[in-house]
Write a protein that binds this ligand. Sequence first.
Ligand SMILES: C[S@@+](CC[C@H](N)C(=O)[O-])C[C@H]1O[C@@H](n2cnc3c(N)ncnc32)[C@H](O)[C@@H]1O
Length: 232
Amino acid sequence: MLLSERLRTIANFVPKNSIVGDIGTDHGYLPVYLIENKISKKVIATDISSNSLKKIIQHVESKGLKNFIDIRLGDGLDVLKPFEIDTVVIAGMGGLLIKDILDNSKEIADTITHFILQPNIASDKLREYLYENNFTIIDEKLVKESDKFYEIIHAKKEKALLNRRIYLEIGEKLIENKDPLLEDFVNFKINLYSDIMKKIKNKNTSRTKERYYELDKKILDLKEVLREIEGN
Ligand SMILES: C[S@@+](CC[C@H](N)C(=O)[O-])C[C@H]1O[C@@H](n2cnc3c(N)ncnc32)[C@H](O)[C@@H]1O
């Protein structure tokens, strides 16, 4: 089966012979791919929406993979027992929702080794949660699909220090790995923030002034990252 580049990159982060929980699986493309390509031994595919689960039930049955993909209806990690999986994938949701899913079931999360997370928005808030809750980001990768950037984060439970504030916005590993899309991504953010600054420049509320200075500071930090990339 052909997966989108985003889902394929997520699949590449999944360790061989793993037992995976795909939380918010929706269509179920990832679990089928992981089993068909012998990356995972078993996948527990979950979703909070019964409509989404109808799609995956059909997909799994048509592929004859019922013995390898366990389908469960429910909220976040609540549908799992401790030590049932070694790897969790939580992809295609907002960073704040991913953070809530991890935070609402700490006793389950504490028994998982690999966390593969792909926030659609608010990746800085998710990274902040990871740094504050004894996770280490061991790898990261950018994917660009239909002109949209996706950040894929591989984390493990282990204390890490946040050395620079900008690493919440731009994952440290993306810089360390010289991610091929990084320069493009940083420029995209600089342009986005510059546009917002132009729009709010003449609005004189305390909130917009605060936002203006916050974005100005972020652009300075992003330009520093650009200089680092270009200097390498
Ligand atoms: C945009 S889809 C992403 C599907 C797939 N993970 C991907 O990356 O292509 C988000 C899915 O997450 C599910 N979802 C949202 N909140 C959830 C929660 N708290 N627990 C489980 N699933 C959830 C939604 O029902 C939806 O099917």
